[in-house]
Design a protein around this ligand. Structure first.
Ligand code: CUA
Length: 340
């Protein structure tokens, strides 16, 4: 039992640190130039802080031992108050350290704050909603929900907005966080040199399901991105009028129940509604966090409130099993990229 109490704190620390280790969800494992810059700044600050702690602690311990009171010896050590050389040394060292810290900080701050765009920049307007993310690509006339597709090796500039309360947009492996504030537009930029999925989080307490307000950044090569953008802008007619029978029935269920809030292929939805679902079948999670399979999808559609408290989607428990099955079939068919 005694051992348990010794080990317990460490197990918690381990558990906590293990959580930080999820691939592409760590600021300590930067995957792009912005995160790299921020990571080196943290590293430099840490280095200087550790240096100061070590030096001060060493002097402190030395003084404690060297000048401790010995029995029979009660003479007072030499007083150094007003010693010009010492005063200069311990004024100059901190100034020097601050300069070492300030130069890269100021330089990187200007680089990071520079959100100028040119012809090669991809602009994405990011809107935080309770509790999901909307990604609008103004130049491409596309709106996507939850999954943020970006081309690799391209400068991406985000305009951050919010529709209800304050949220905060964070892709730890690609860049530090920035707030989405209603009525204010903040901006930031990123670049992702490597293809992959980078996980994102809302980091501002924004309501009951704040902790479930996750999203994904899917970095693909520029050709795949063009294909995706093309598919989103002009979706296959299959998505609107499926030829397959079950999916066609599902489309009808969708039109009656879902289309007023969720757009597919530029049709339907409304500004107060939910995420665009044009490429829903390509997601790997439902509602940002549930594993994508038919059971979870049904659980979500019937009782979304139980899965993600406080979200605005009403439940559709009135659908019978056939309607539900065909609706799920239709949702699974919503894809804009060719299956590899
Ligand atoms: Cu949105 Cu927390």
């Amino acid at each position: 039992m005694k051992n348990l109490w010794r080990v317990l704190p460490f197990s918690f620390i381990l558990l906590f640190l293990a959580g930080c280790g999820k691939q592409n969800l760590s600021a300590l494992d930067p995957r792009g130039p912005v995160a790299d810059m921020q990571h080196s700044l943290i590293g430099l600050s840490l280095l200087i802080m550790v240096f100061v702690i070590v030096v001060v602690a060493a002097i402190y311990i030395f003084v404690l031992i060297r000048f401790r009171e010995k029995p029979g010896d009660n003479h007072i050590p030499e007083q150094v108050e007003g010693n010009k050389n010492l005063e200069i040394i311990w004024t100059a060292i901190p100034i020097l350290l601050l300069i070492i810290l300030a130069v890269p900080n100021v330089m990187d701050t200007f680089t990071l704050a520079d959100t100028e765009t040119d012809d090669d920049t991809l602009v994405v307007n990011v809107t935080g909603h309770q509790f999901w993310w909307e990604f609008e690509y103004p130049d491409l006339e596309i709106t996507a929900g939850q999954d943020l597709y970006i081309p690799t090796d391209t400068r991406i500039v985000f305009n951050l907005e919010a529709s209800d309360v304050i949220h905060s947009f964070w892709i730890p492996a690609l860049a530090g966080k920035q707030d989405n504030v209603p009525g204010i537009t903040n901006d930031m930029w990123i670049e992702a040199p490597e293809e992959g999925v980078y996980f994102g989080k809302c980091t501002e307490l924004c309501g009951e399901a704040h902790w479930l307000m996750d999203f994904k950044v899917v970095a693909v090569d520029p050709d795949t991105f063009d294909e995706w953008a093309q598919g989103m802008a002009e979706p296959d007619s299959e998505l609107i009028e499926p030829t397959e029978e079950v999916a066609a029935e599902g489309r009808e269920v969708f039109e009656q129940n879902c289309l007023a809030c969720h757009a597919v292929g530029g049709e339907g939805g409304n500004p107060q509604g939910g995420p665009d679902l044009t490429n829903f079948g390509e997601r790997t999670v439902i509602a940002g966090f549930m594993e994508y399979d038919d059971e979870s999808l049904e659980a979500w559609i019937r009782h979304p409130e139980e899965q993600k408290p406080g979200n605005l989607m009403p439940g559709f428990d009135q659908l019978d099993d056939d309607e539900m099955d065909s609706l799920i079939e239709y949702l699974n068919s919503l894809k804009v990229l060719d299956d590899e």
